[in-house]
Design a protein around this ligand. Sequence first.
Ligand code: NAP
Ligand code: MG
Length: 400
Amino acid sequence: MSDKITMKTPLVEMDGDEMTRVVWAKIKEIVLDPFVDLKTEYYDLSIQNRDLTEDKVTMDSAMATKKYGVAVKCAPITPNAARAKEVNLHKMWKSPNGTIHAALDGTVFRAPILAKGITPLVPSWTKPITIARHAYGDIYSAVESKVPQGGKAELVVTDAEGNETRTLIKDFSRSDGIVMGMHNLDASIRSFAKTCFEYALDQGIDLWFSAKDTISKTYDHRFKDIFSEMYEAEYKEAFEKKGITFFYTLVDDAIARVMKSQGGFLWACKNYDGDVFSDMLATAFGSLAMMTSVLVSPDGYYEYEAAHGTIPRHYHKYLKGESTSTNPIATLFAWTGALARRGELDNIPELIDFAKRIEQVTIEAVEEGFMTGDLALISTVENKKVLSLDEFLKEVASRV
Ligand code: NAP
Ligand code: MG
């Protein structure tokens, strides 16, 4: 009998492309396989296999996530015109993230991994700031139009009985101009709020929600109302019991508070705010390779991944047989996040401990100076040893 940790339910394993696919296989071989009898249901989301299966594999992997509850995903290529030609695709398949997202109806939470020596650009940030981006509606599904001078734009809402309500947007009598119409759905805002409240409770961290209700007295105000109604009716007691708080503030006030904070909270953002601020936080915390990402659905399904892409520049070096100093930490933490969640759901304490141990020794290695090239550029640790991808993973495995 082996003394490896055994699993009960499989993890949904979504493999990806290019350098991250290489990182993926090495993580399994060097860090996971020696200690865990990995049980996964494997879906190959490589661009070739998505093409071969007419993208059915992506939908199948999302359905499997609904069945088993936890998935771990390697970065896949989102095809654009150049890629479609490069890999000879017979169709420009949609973004796999978009497909999975739509199937699970989730919210994406992004959190930085902190290590001593990698100092955030904002010195007071000693704890991670997690961003939740509402990934539905607003300008991302807006309709827009140019309006020539002399024209007029109105907002027309027709109810189920056919009655129209008209609101003048602008009389373009003085100049040409532009106009945009956007929307959101109460149901989507509610499921966004729900996943944020649940995530804050799960992690035991405060929740901030920001919008601009003073200016947008109907649109943004609706977001604010839904959050506060749900908090009062469903979450207040649980938050108080856990000793965490929820508060709403104007988005510009939120920025001021975030900059002065120590971190350690969840910041729920509207779609555009989340798009912009998550890039700001990733940069300020040091590196995209140190940013984790988890999609949480309102039904409680979790899909873990790294925030970065397939790192093609490193892949081209790898194909030429050169060694690369690719940072596997965010992908490794996607695995540990998923394994720990599986351990919780199936009540396997050894699996949870193993996942936490990997995270701890990975951070320790970086703090003691063992790191990949991207971190060596920003770490203030003395006597740094720049390791290749394989060397870094072996360093981690040797510490388990
Ligand atoms: P990227 O793969 O994240 O790489 C951008 C650059 O960031 C790299 O060239 C590298 O810089 C640095 N980098 C990122 N991750 C790193 C790591 N783990 N270790 C060391 N350096 C790292 O972004 P991209 O080049 O814009 O996108 C490439 C492909 O990934 C595209 O097909 C895109 O569609 C896909 N993508 C997928 C996801 C996802 O599924 N979550 C997200 C983003 C992009 P240096 O070259 O300077 O070393
Ligand atoms: Mg962005």
